[in-house]
Design a protein around this ligand. Structure first.
Ligand code: SF4
Ligand code: SF4
Length: 422
């Protein structure tokens, strides 16, 4: 492997510019919006996220640092979310009054499940806060719209806290104990079947059937109070789905089973995300068909048969996680702009000019460095990773601050709850 093939990180000027940009975002979206009493925790979270971002861009190891960031977001989200519910109403279980008063947080998974019933009957089947709160319908829909227009299904590898959980579990063991092959792509199609079923059942019953019966993450967010046989049955289903789809199967297969095969939002995002300008592709000219990318892909989005035949194809279920981009020894797997034919180069188009300038003394080297930085800053990799990181930070920032503040509170007072339960 040549030195160029090994070097994947951006140049120092590029990392500096991106780092300053991300520092401004971290300050604005985490520190500035935190209440005064939470500011110390907010500074810790902002500094931690910024350090991960700089490491990601400086080393080019997207797989490692994106994963640490993404899993951290999930780990910091759930304790804060549950503690917030306990502080507000004494429990993470919903009672009929909370639902009736639309005081439940809005979850992005129900966006596709709410659209059709709303268009048909003008009724929001998922009762939720519409405004005045971070986890309200309006703010989540605004973030989702921005994410869809920019990173598309990248939402599932940069912003979704459920995805962060699944990602973490899929990396729990060093090697897969259960090898999954899916030449017919049935596993990936199953997510679309769950989406279709959830929408149709939602229209038929005017309830959010997925939330009421099928969401594995109810176990670690909120669920209806157990008051009778049907709520007891739902509770059992949530526990079974959580342990099987979100713990055991990802750990055994090293694949993101829930995201790949069961999440209706992920399936929806595969379609909606086509408006995104970024894609992941494989250059057939440089690819040596080693198959490392397909094995590393946590959502089985690289068609193995097409790869072996020398006509690599990345499916719409790709979550832009960058595992294949990092693992490919030939840099054949890359991010690219959808309007570019093929899958482009990272900062390689002006290489000849830069080389000639570099031989022309100090001024020439300076201009060559500026050209390289400009090319890197406008590359799909820099734009996608910066946008993905920013969106993830916006989604997780206040929850992460809440968890760190509660840990500090726990160390100081012995109680994880800020202000105690009602
Ligand atoms: S890891 Fe790279 S070289 Fe190997 S099959 Fe994938 S794209 Fe081709
Ligand atoms: S194709 Fe590559 S970027 Fe897309 S999900 Fe698979 S590993 Fe991640």
């Amino acid at each position: 492997m040549t030195k160029t093939e090994k070097k994947r990180g951006f140049s120092v000027p590029t990392v500096t510019v991106l780092g300053v940009l991300m520092a401004a975002c971290a300050y604005f979206f985490i520190v500035q919006i935190a209440q005064d009493s939470l500011r110390p925790a907010a500074w810790i979270v902002a500094g931690y996220f910024l350090a991960l971002f700089i490491l990601l861009e400086a080393t080019g190891n997207i797989a490692l640092y994106r994963r640490i960031f993404f899993v951290s977001c999930a780990l910091l989200f759930f304790p804060s979310f549950m503690a917030g519910l306990v502080e507000a109403r004494g429990s993470i279980s919903l009672d009929a009054r909370e639902v009736f008063l639309n005081r439940t947080p809005f979850c992005h998974i129900v966006i596709p499940l709410s659209i059709v019933p709303y268009l048909l009957k003008g009724v929001l089947v998922f009762p939720a806060r519409l405004s005045n709160h971070y986890a309200s319908a309006y703010s989540m829909i605004a973030i989702w719209l921005f994410a869809t227009l920019t990173i598309g299904r990248g939402w599932c590898s940069w912003a979704c806290f459920y995805g962060g959980w699944d990602d973490g579990m899929s990396r729990f063991s060093g090697k897969a104990r259960l090898e999954v092959r899916d030449p017919e792509k049935r596993l990936r199609h199953f997510g679309f079947a769950v989406l279709a079923f959830s929408v149709l059942a939602g229209v038929a019953t005017m309830t959010s059937v997925y939330c009421a019966w099928l969401c594995p993450f109810k176990t670690v967010t909120e669920f209806g109070s157990v008051t009778g046989p049907s709520s007891y049955l739902a509770f059992i289903i949530f526990i079974l789905l959580f342990f099987s789809l979100a713990i055991v199967l990802p750990a055994l297969t090293k694949k993101r089973v829930q995201c790949m095969s069961f999440c209706p939002f992920g399936a929806f995002q595969s379609v909606a995300g086509k408006v995104s300008p970024y894609r992941v592709g494989i250059d057939p000219e440089t690819c040596v068909r080693c198959g490392l990318c397909a094995r590393a892909c946590p959502t089985m989005s690289i068609d193995e048969a097409a790869l072996a035949a020398g006509k690599p194809a990345v499916l719409s279920t790709c979550t832009r996680c960058g595992e294949c981009v990092t693992v490919c020894p030939k840099r054949a797997a890359r991010y690219f702009f959808v309007w570019k034919k093929g899958c482009g180069q990272d900062g390689g188009r002006m290489a000849g000019l830069r080389e000639r300038l570099g031989q022309g003394g100090r001024a020439g080297r300076f201009i060559a460095a500026l050209l390289l930085a400009a090319e890197e800053l406008l590359s799909p990799r820099a734009l996608l990773t910066t946008t993905g990181f920013t969106i993830g930070m916006i989604v997780a920032g206040s929850f992460a601050t809440g968890t760190v503040a509660r840990i500090m509170h726990l160390l100081a007072t012995g109680s994880f709850l800020l202000g105690g339960a009602p």
